[in-house]
Design a protein around this ligand. Structure first.
Ligand code: R5P
Length: 271
């Protein structure tokens, strides 16, 4: 990783933002090395092996920020079994050593980063998700597939001005989850399920089946992070009428820009 030579003056003369995902694992390494390279440039550490660069320039001070669209390891936010690391915290602690602030988009569980030394801003793309759904889907009903996504889904429902509810998720065994509707009246309605991420698509498919059984006419899925692992796109195609994701990760359903949300967080951090 190297800061291009023609970017060195700009990196030293203005606040600098690195936009980088900590996913896949190579993303963690690239982010660390790039932050360190940027920080060295800002501190004036420009000496190289050939000794032809100035050995030391002035330190231009703080002003190096990291914006993370998709924060890999976010779901390891607690020790699920003894002997595990709380990876979501570990990664942020490492990255925090190399910058002056971090903005993270729709972090799975923001509480895991409370009390960090480096300033953290957790931002949400739900306003942009709501805008997309209002324009393209016109839902009557927003549904959270579990209690964990209630805040995000409520925000979307409030912005669109439509009804909202959530499903209760019950784990039967390691491989079986049952969804129970909660005060749900979706008969004849267009429903959008909103979640922070879609990985295998299992959560959305099961929620959609529960909605269709109760008479929903159309079901859409919306998320910030479209991981879409293990054939998720084709699995989802059999269960929902549309999938809408931000571009926090490159994927075939990335139809919503994550940039405005990250910009809001950066502005807050820099102000
Ligand atoms: C879990 O709490 C998350 O918010 C998502 O619901 C979950 O990660 C989705 O995973 P999958 O698509 O594999 O069901």
């Amino acid at each position: 990783m190297r800061v291009p030579e023609d970017a060195i003056d700009a990196v030293r003369s203005e606040a600098t933002v690195l936009v980088s995902n900590t996913y896949p694992d190579s993303g963690v390494l690239q982010t660390i090395l790039m932050l360190k390279a940027l920080r060295d440039v800002r501190r004036g550490e420009l000496s190289n092996v050939k000794g032809i660069e100035p050995q030391k320039m002035s330190d231009v001070g703080s002003g190096l920020y990291l914006a993370i669209p998709y924060y890999g390891y976010s779901r390891q936010d607690k020790r699920f079994s003894k002997g595990e690391a709380i990876s979501a915290r570990v990664i942020a602690e490492i990255l925090g050593d190399y910058c002056d602030g971090i903005v993270i988009l729709d972090l799975h569980e923001p509480a895991v980063l409370e009390g960090m030394d480096v300033p953290i801003r957790c931002v949400s793309a739900m306003p942009e998700v709501a805008e997309r759904l209002a324009k393209e889907v016109k839902p009557d009903f927003i549904l959270s597939p579990d209690k964990g996504a209630i805040d995000r889904a409520t925000e979307v429902a409030n912005l669109i001005g439509c009804e909202f509810s959530y499903l209760e998720k019950t784990r039967i065994d390691a491989h079986t989850i049952e969804h129970h509707p909660k005060d749900l009246d979706v008969n004849g309605k267009i429903v959008a399920i909103v979640d922070d991420m879609i990985s295998t698509g299992g959560t959305i498919c099961r929620a959609s089946d529960a909605l269709l059984r109760q008479g929903a006419t159309e079901v859409h899925a919306a998320c910030t992070h479209g991981l879409f692992t293990g054939g998720a796109i084709s699995r989802l195609a059999n269960h929902v009428d549309g999938v809408h994701s931000t571009d926090s990760l490159p994927n075939p359903r990335a139809v919503i820009s994550a940039a405005p949300a990250l910009a809001r967080g950066l502005k807050e951090l820099m102000d």
